[in-house]
Design a binder for this molecule. Structure first.
Ligand SMILES: Cc1cc2nc3c(=O)[nH]c(=O)nc-3n(C[C@H](O)[C@H](O)[C@H](O)COP(=O)(O)O)c2cc1C
Length: 195
């Protein structure tokens, strides 16, 4: 088991994916469930949602993303990107559930304006936990944002509640090609220490 910081360092955007997961798909699903269960949320609202798409559904999904983007861009969208995501083993769609947030927002009306930020922060924590956790399983992933253009299509395709808002898409799979090493800069320009 590598150290916490090693796990963080190893997480990268992996775009060259294949369908050969180095673990059983159940392991990936278990990781996602654990992350949704244990990642923090403001007032413990349990506002975060995930949809895991695998197998033929993944290809169907990325074909539909392509069709949607071609339609909204007037034909100026290339197949290459969506095909590369369809080549992976699956995709995790991240949402928050507005219905789960509203009751807590009413209860804590003094902070009403903060709730949107908090929900997005918790969603980001969830994405990071899953992304990093996948890499510890040897699974590569990247983070994509075709929302809001694809929102209506996604809701219809997977028959999702009206109150779910799509935040991000994370294609994952076996690592066909590792990314180039990361360029690191002088960290003291970004982190200040006062004693
Ligand atoms: C909030 C957020 C949004 C991002 N959106 C996208 C995206 O839409 N498409 C994409 O290919 N990468 C996206 N990325 C990935 C970043 O470009 C990537 O993490 C960054 O370049 C550093 O590379 P690394 O992930 O390999 O460390 C996003 C990352 C974050 C944190």
């Amino acid at each position: 088991m590598s150290s916490f910081i090693e796990m963080i360092k190893n997480r990268r955007s992996v775009y060259a994916l294949n369908k050969d997961l180095p673990v059983f798909p159940e392991k990936v699903i278990e990781l996602i469930k654990d992350c949704v269960r244990y990642v923090p949320d403001a007032f413990d609202m349990k506002s975060q949602r995930a949809l895991v798409i695998m197998g033929d559904k993944n290809t169907e999904f990325w074909n539909a993303v392509y069709d949607t983007l071609v339609a909204v861009s007037g034909g100026r969208f290339s197949r290459e990107r969506t095909d590369s995501f369809a080549a992976g083993a699956g995709t995790i769609l991240y949402f928050y559930d507005g219905a789960a947030v509203e009751e807590t927002r009413r209860q804590y009306s003094l902070y009403a304006e903060n709730f949107h930020d908090w929900v997005m922060q918790s969603n980001g924590m969830l994405q990071f936990a899953v992304w990093t956790g996948l890499r510890t399983l040897g699974v590569g992933a990247s983070l994509q944002h075709y929302n809001p253009a694809i929102d209506a299509m996604v809701k219809k395709m997977f028959d999702l509640p009206e109150s779910w808002t799509l935040v991000a898409q994370m294609p994952f799979g076996g690592i066909a090609n590792a990314p180039e090493p990361k360029v690191v800069e002088d960290i003291d320009l970004r982190v200040k220490i006062e004693k």
